[in-house]
Write a new protein. Structure first.
Lengths: 111, 117
């Protein structure tokens, strides 16, 4: 069981808005920033969001991130078929010493 | 760009050595965290270790006793050592870099390592 908890799977239809949650604790999300990644089959993950709500250059504004307390969310609006992928959150964790934790991942299906 | 290299097949109980070659001189000029992350077949991402620009190292607590990460700025590469391998270490191993610690902006393509006799 991952320290950062995500729903294992979600589904939505094209054009919809979907929100993926990531629940942590005071030793990770509660005290550090959250990043989000998208991974297509057979490919390396791609950074979508960093510092909770910042998008790297080239990531469309359909993707947005937020954080509140020990939880974070990734929202995808105007869902497209190519958004079908695995999504992971990540955060620095200080307990027992500094390290990185990934969420278990959410498999998003676009029906 | 990041590029992993190493063996694709390793025997149980042996030690895995992987190298990540970093293009240009980014390893010596960029204040980044340089990391190894793995993904077992059909599973999620697991961070293994990071080495910061300064040389400070960070390890996943559950793997700490078996892992070593190091960087060689003169050769523009960083490396991973993982001892006492078992089948559970079979995974695609990625090298990646992060400006802030957990925001991995650049990734290698990954290398599949199979632990089998």
């Amino acid at each position: 069981q991952s320290v950062l908890t995500q729903p294992p799977s979600m589904s939505a239809t094209p054009g919809q808005r979907v929100t993926i949650s990531c629940s942590g604790s005071n030793s990770n999300i509660g005290r550090d920033t959250v990043s989000w990644y998208r991974q297509l089959p057979g490919s390396a993950p791609k950074l979508l969001i960093y510092d909770n709500d910042q998008r790297p250059s080239g990531v469309p504004d359909r993707f947005s991130g937020s954080k509140s307390g020990t939880s974070a969310s990734l929202a995808i609006s105007g869902l497209r078929s190519e958004d079908a992928a695995d999504y992971y959150c990540a955060s620095w964790d200080v307990s027992p010493s500094g390290h990185v934790k990934f969420g278990g991942g959410t498999k998003l299906s676009v029906l | 760009q990041l590029q992993e290299s190493g063996p694709g097949l390793v025997k149980p109980s042996e030690t895995l050595s992987l190298t990540c070659n970093v293009s240009r001189d980014y390893l010596s000029t960029s204040a980044y965290y340089w990391a190894w992350i793995r993904q077992s077949p059909g599973k999620g991402l697991e961070w293994i270790a990071s080495v910061y620009y300064s040389g400070k190292t960070y390890y996943e607590p559950s793997l700490r006793s078996r892992v070593t990460i190091s960087a060689d700025k003169s050769r523009s590469q960083f490396s991973l050592g993982l001892t006492s391998l078992t089948a559970a270490d079979t995974a695609v191993y990625y090298c990646a870099s992060s400006p802030g610690g957990s925001d991995f902006l650049f990734w290698g393509q990954g290398i599949l390592v199979t632990v089998s006799s």
